[in-house]
Design a protein around this ligand. Sequence first.
Ligand code: UDP
Length: 238
Amino acid sequence: MRIDVLGVGFDNLTMDEAVAEGLRLLDEDGMHYVVTPNPEIVEVCRENPAAMEAVNGADLVLADGIGIIKGAAMLGTPLKDRVPGIEFASRLMARMAQEGRSLYLLGAKPGVADLAGKKLQEKYPGLVIAGTHDGYFQEDGPVMEEIRQSGAEAVFVCLGAPKQELWIRRNGADTGAHLLCGLGGSLDVFAGVVQRAPKFWSEHGLEWFYRLCKEPRRIGRMMKLPVFLVHVRQRRAK
Ligand code: UDP
């Protein structure tokens, strides 16, 4: 049973439950994928049916950010907790490392995925980085083939939304991996190229504001947050 927030169905899971589910999917045959929509992505999905289909088609749809939690509560169908994509990814890697599992990193500017891979290998000894590739390629085929050859069990696809969700939908099954996760700008954070907001900000639901101060060019995209809240209010009024 998913909780509907303006057309996107969210799984009502705590972080622990989401990680357990991720690990279970990793062990299952076939291809599975995880998406972590925030309000901005919900708004993108409302305008883009292919994005909506790719997001709702995921095996796990995690509520990334306070906006989704607020929206679900306003609609009278609260979600248990937020499950930020980057924290989900970190917890998943810690568990994968214990079992010596392999991960491929796809996305971000040239050099970033490689640097992230080196840092993650240090942070999570036992984790196998099967390969990396930047996110600025022209053809899907060679990249998909490279992932397949690497034998990776999981892939972090960090191309920004909805590009990453559409990429997973198109190519996920052909990579041979069991679990693909769409994780936006996470590789920039893992590589240390971009800093996450200090705890104080995220604990007070202000991570978005911190990011805005650091990267003012995001203002256009962030205007989708108030638009999202207006749409939630309209839905509630109906
Ligand atoms: N990106 C990419 N290929 C593209 C467009 C974007 O690899 O064609 C990367 C970009 O370098 C960044 C990530 O995708 O690392 C998107 O980051 P953003 O902060 O926009 O994502 P969010 O976490 O907000 O979804």
